[in-house]
Design a protein around this ligand. Structure first.
Ligand code: URA
Length: 199
């Protein structure tokens, strides 16, 4: 039966909690069988700012929470630097399950999982989204661009402004990129405040 003709059940979720209930047992791709925990997302379901990474790593797979390993600690520091707490934003990944040995997500895995992040965005309705790294940004925006190009732009997805910066794991490997990231996240905070009205 064509999934175009009949909307899948998860599309009917009215809240983030309901969506979690509908998808957390997903086995649509092989990662659903190899994962330890399904990493849905965390934070404020009414967040005005959303951050989107690539896929869970080992620690995230163990705990069931996004960005809780070394890269996650750096992400927390980045958020703190622009006066956001993890609790007030929403953090999720394109893939909900860990690719074995931290390999890059396959295009087919991203295609299968992407409706979930789109539904999360639809329910949360953030004003701004920050993509963490080239893979997350290209996947979300359906592009095939270098991160350097994407960092220069503000994109739109369903009327939501989307920006991209370095993945925190890349910053751990290349600390000289932190300055550029700092410039990006300051712009992200400013754009957020302009759209939300400073609180
Ligand atoms: N890297 C990601 O892209 N997401 C996580 O949740 C952890 C590491």
């Amino acid at each position: 039966m064509s999934s175009n003709l009949f909307a899948e059940d998860f599309q009917k979720a009215d809240t983030i909690a309901e969506l979690y209930e509908k998808i957390n047992k997903c086995e649509k791709c092989s990662l659903g069988k190899s994962r330890n925990k399904f990493v849905f997302g965390s934070g404020n379901p009414n967040a005005s700012a959303m951050l989107i990474g690539e896929a869970p790593g080992a620690e995230e797979d163990k705990q069931g929470e996004p960005f809780v390993g070394r890269a996650g600690k750096l992400l927390t520091d980045i958020l703190t630097a622009i006066n956001f707490t993890r609790e007030e934003v929403y953090i999720a990944n394109i893939l909900k399950c860990r690719p074995p040995n931290n390999r890059d997500p396959l295009p087919s895995e991203m295609e299968t999982c992407k409706p979930y992040i789109l539904k999360q965005i639809d329910l949360i309705k953030p004003k701004v989204i920050l993509c963490l790294g080239r893979i997350a940004a290209n996947s979300l925006l359906n592009k095939n661009l270098a991160l350097g190009k994407m960092r220069d732009n503000i994109y739109e997805l369903n009327n939501i402004k989307v920006m991209a910066t370095y993945h925190p794991a890349a910053l751990l490997r290349n600390p000289n990129w932190k300055r550029g990231c700092w410039e990006d996240v300051k712009k992200f905070r400013q754009l957020h405040d302009e759209l939300v009205g400073t609180k």
